[in-house]
Structures are given as structure tokens and as C-alpha cells.
Design a protein around this ligand. Structure first.
Ligand SMILES: [Zn+2]
Length: 287
């Protein structure tokens, strides 16, 4: 409390105000939950249709048709990945990290969905398996697969390093991957790169100062995070220059490993599944 200026001392009822119980902002139970047993049953007899290996400190794009699955796997060694997703037919409809966080939680796991930006706001992917679900929340408040971070980027690095120029931050890796996938200039592609799902990254906020922290990822080769594509997806994944994010990023000083993305086509879509329509709000905004 020593940071408080003299005129901002706590009021007499400060403790009582702090003791008020929180209310969950978004009662997500009101939404129809994904039918996970049906999704999982659809994996029986599926066929792998694509595989992309993302080189260390680089990014690659991949496509996943609606009704297909994709897995992001750790291979060779602990490594985190920064994931961007778009509607394959409309790059303006992209993953909305902030609303996904508000609807579900700070760190995603099986059964959580990835939502698209306004004015679309619909599920674009559903997490169907997470081999790191055992980790939970550690004593530091850390957990895996966060939607609280943004992505390492060369602009923040430039500020903090007083002029440094580093070209393999996830932001740049995703920009190059999207530019190559869609024949865009780097400047065009960069405007479509957005806040990520930090796959395998272990993060949280320090309890005392509220600062964003990272720590060594618990991921090991063989671990994976699996998704079901609710709409036609274009994805881009960066194998972060932070490696397992145990020390630093935005440099080539950390040991890094590749990541693997596999796409699978089920024999038939999950029973009862339909691709979700775009959001039903009429967009008249009171006029
Ligand atoms: Zn990164």
C-alpha cells in the first residue's frame, strides 16, 4: 500500500467492498455445449489428409476444411507455438482471443471453443483433446494454452532493446506465412495477423504485481492439442523463438524445435453436427 498517495488511503469499508463475491461475466452454460462424445467418435477411421512441419523460429500456413480435425504436436523437444486462425474464405473473420478468454477462461482446454471476431462471433474451432490437461493451474498461477498473451513481435522488442531489429518473432513468422499462403505483400498480410492462442505455452500473471509471466512449458514430444474445424479454416502457426519459453524470446539464443500440424478427415461428420452460422445480431446498433 506504500504506493498510495496520501489522498488515496483506503475507505473505512474497504475490506467489506473487497469481500463482495465475484460474478461470472458470461454464463457460457447458456450456449449449446459441443457434443464431445460425438466429436470423438468421428475420429474412428479418420484419414490424415495433410501434414505440415513448422521449422524452428519460423511459421507455416495450413488449411482445414469444416468438419475436419487438426492436431498440433510437439516433436523433437519442448516448444511453444503461436496460432492464428481465419475463415479460409474471408480473412476479416479471424480468431478473437479476447472474447474467447472472456467466454471461457484464461487458458483453454478440451471442450473450449475458439470464437471469431465481430461481426461474425461464432465458434470457428472446438478443442477436442488436450494431452496437457493434467497440468491444471500451478502454484504460481501458471497454466498452458493461454489466450492472455498476444504474440512476440519486433515492435515491442525494438522498444525494450532500444532499437533492436529481430525478424523471427511470432508476429513476423505469421506475417510471412500468411503472405506466402495468400499471395499478399508483407504489409497486407501483417494487417491480418492477430492475437494468438499460445499453444503449449505456460503463462500467468504474477500475484503481487499482476505482470504477465512465462515459465518452461511442460510439453514433451508426443503431446498434442487437437481441434475440430467448425468452419473452413486457414491457419498459421509459428514455432516461437522463445522455444519452451523458459528464459527469453525475440532472439536466436534459445534452443528451439519444430512443431507438427496434421489434418484429418473423418469418415463422416460428428452425429448431429452442423457448421455454425454467423452471429444473429442485426447490426443496426440502435439506428
Ligand atoms: Zn513468439
Amino acid at each position: 500500500m506504500s504506493r498510495l498517495p496520501a489522498e488515496h488511503q483506503p475507505p473505512a469499508d474497504a475490506d467489506a467492498r473487497r469481500a463482495i463475491a465475484p460474478v461470472i461475466c458470461y454464463p457460457v452454460e447458456a450456449l449449446t455445449p459441443p457434443d464431445l462424445p460425438a466429436y470423438r467418435a468421428a475420429r474412428d477411421g479418420w484419414e490424415q489428409t495433410d501434414e505440415v512441419v513448422i521449422p524452428a523460429r519460423d511459421g507455416s500456413a495450413f488449411e482445414v476444411p469444416a468438419g475436419h480435425f487438426f492436431r498440433i504436436s510437439s516433436i523433437e523437444g519442448p516448444q511453444v507455438g503461436d496460432l492464428n486462425l481465419w475463415n479460409a474464405a474471408n480473412l476479416r473473420e479471424r480468431f478473437y482471443s479476447g472474447k474467447t478468454r472472456a467466454l471461457h477462461r484464461t487458458h483453454l482446454t478440451t471442450g473450449d471453443r475458439l470464437w471469431t471476431a465481430h461481426p461474425y462471433l461464432r465458434p470457428m474451432a472446438t478443442i477436442t483433446e488436450d494431452t496437457l490437461d493434467w497440468y491444471g493451474m500451478d502454484a504460481f498461477g501458471g497454466s498452458v494454452h493461454d489466450v492472455i498473451g498476444t504474440r512476440c513481435d519486433p515492435y515491442t522488442h525494438n522498444l525494450l532493446s532500444h532499437g533492436g531489429q529481430y525478424h523471427h518473432c511470432c508476429h513476423s513468422n505469421l506475417t510471412r506465412a500468411l503472405a506466402d499462403a495468400r499471395g499478399l505483400t508483407l504489409a497486407e498480410a501483417e494487417t491480418h495477423v492477430h492475437d494468438v492462442l499460445n499453444v503449449f505455452m505456460c503463462t500467468g500473471f504474477t500475484r503481487d504485481t499482476g505482470q504477465y509471466f512465462m515459465k518452461a512449458s511442460p510439453v514433451r514430444p508426443g503431446d498434442y492439442l487437437e481441434f475440430f474445424a467448425e468452419i473452413d479454416l486457414l491457419g498459421a502457426l509459428s514455432a516461437c523463438p522463445g522455444g519452451d519459453c523458459s528464459s527469453e524470446h525475440s532472439s536466436d539464443s534459445t534452443t528451439c524445435h519444430p512443431l507438427r500440424v496434421q489434418v484429418f478427415r473423418p469418415k463422416a461428420p460428428p452425429a448431429g453436427w452442423i457448421s455454425p452460422p454467423v452471429n444473429g445480431y442485426d447490426r443496426s446498433h440502435g439506428r
